[in-house]
Structures are given as structure tokens and as C-alpha cells.
Design a protein. Sequence first.
Length: 360
Amino acid sequence: MTEATPGDVLVTGGAGFIGCALSRLAATPNRRWVAIDTLNPRIHESQERPAALSESAELVVGDIVDSETWDRVLDGWSPDVVVHLAAETDTGLSLDHPLRFSTVNVDGTAQLMEALRRHDVTPRRIVVASSRAVYGEGTWTDEAGAARTRSQRSHAQLESGQWDFPGARPLAARADVTPASTSNVYAATKLAQEGLLSAWCSSHGVDLSVLRLQNVYGPGQSLINPYTGILALFVRLAAAGEAIPVYEDGAMLRDFVHIDDVARAFAAVISPDYTARGATTYDIGTGVPASVLEVAQAIASALGAPSPVITGDYREGDVRHAWCDIDDAVAHLDWSPRVDWRSGITDYVNWYLERNGAGR
């Protein structure tokens, strides 16, 4: 068994949105920081090293589903911490391309574990970016106040415009209370990542930290990726003077968490000061939900665009409401979100305008 090099960090997807933000916060010249990334042209405008990646980070261009990539990285090196960010993301896209999502998210994670075994490497900790999606529709209380997990909304239910569950009230997701109940292919692959790593880490005495992320946004987010998320889409449309289309009735709730707060959460769990043993799971968001319509209106107002239009359209596999209880993360990570969604949206809009050379 190869002893891990204290302080050294390996990050899959390390040149992506979260990877770059984390590197700027935690990569230093006195520790080796290796970022593996394919520089996927769907996300990266250039195949050159991203300017947002810390100068202290070493970039390895490669694919986590290829064993050769892992052999290049782990030959003669044993990272202290592995941060697993690489993944295919997007609810709707996953329904059309289940094999791609399974290959990258599930097989890629298995390749990571195989490579560690092959090179006799045992890191001190593995950190994986999971998703709010693993909760599915989550837990709702009924008219009597009893909590129960709801199954995925059916096609017939969505077609009829029955967006909510009658007589029920949604609750914030919390890892130690809300059962996993996946409602789309993407969510299923993220939960599979958690399960694979939990089993492997338990068997090898490696501590595991799972961060279930809410809707991450902020400066540095890819503007060419059509599957980045609704905020990027909303800002692009409003900046072009178009009315933002809002699905369902606009009342669906989301927890929009700023990239700076997400990076600080990851930095907290890779810090030597974080000494939790075994497997831990934390929900990372603001803990404060906002309706999609409310957010669309704020973006439209900031950019002087027409008022959003509620379309009544929907996406198969989308959940009605999603936000989280962050009490555990606040209590155990010496962390709390600093950016509320309104000021974060302003920050994001200003960055977009500067990036595109536009005025208000």
C-alpha cells in the first residue's frame, strides 16, 4: 500500500467551473495539485489551459474513463485527497443519452477506484460532488402533517398541469432525513457514484465526504454550454432583450448557491483541520428557496428585458421543488453561505455584461 503524500490533491474535472474556483481558493505552491480534465469543447471555448485555473495547479488533459489517463497521473504519485468533480450533468440531456451519463459518471468513478487499486494508492480522503437530484421529489407533508416521500410526477400529471401534489407541502431536503428517490437518469448516476465510493472507501479505510450540491451558479460558468443551467439561459435571453420563458407555473422552488460558497465548502472538507472519519454527507446550498419566476423577474429587471412569460411547458424528470437544510454543513464544516441569491444574481449579471462587452 502506497502512503499518500500529505497535502497533495487530485481533482477530476479540475479545470471546470467548480474545479477552477476551488483551485484559486486552495491550491498553493507548497502542495501538488493535479487537475484532470478533458477540456470538453461543449464547455470550454478553447482547448488551452483555462485562465481561471490557479497557476499552482498542474493540468493533465485526459478522460477519466480511460485507464491510460489514470496511469499517467498515478505513476509514482499518491495524492492525499481526491476530489471527484468530473461528471456529465443535466436532467433532460440524461434522458436522451443514458449511456453517455452512465459511462462518464458511473464507469468513470469505477475507473478511479480501479486505478487506485492498480497503483496501490490509498488517499486519506475522497470528496465527491453529488447533487440535490438524488432526492427526487423529496419529502412532503400531507394534510395530517405526516411526512412522506413522493414519487416522480407522471407524464399524465404534468400534461394536465397538476404541478404540485394536492394537499401536500414540500420540505427542505436533508441528507440524514430525506431518503434518496431518483427521478431521472442523471440523478441515478450521481447516487450510483455515492454508493460505489461509499463501498470502496469503507473497505479501504478511506474517509469519504459527499457534498450534495443545489443549483450552482456564478461568474466563470460556461456560457457556451446549453446545459449549464437555467440562470445562464435566463441571463443570455434577457441580455438579448428577449422575454424569459418560465416553465410550469413559475412557482417551483430552487436553492441557488453561489460558486464562491460552493468552493469554500469543498475547501473546508479537504482542509487538514477537517478530521471527520468514515462517510459524511452534507447538503450545500443557501437553505433559502426562491421561485423560478421570482429569479427570472429579477434578471429581467436587472437587464431591462421584457417581463418573463409563463409557458406552461415542462421537462420530464424535473422535480417540482428543491432546496436544502444546511444545518449539518454549518455545524461541522466551519462554513456557511455568504452570498444570498439576489446579490449573487447581480454579481452574475455584471460579470456577464463585462464578459460580453455590453452595457446596461
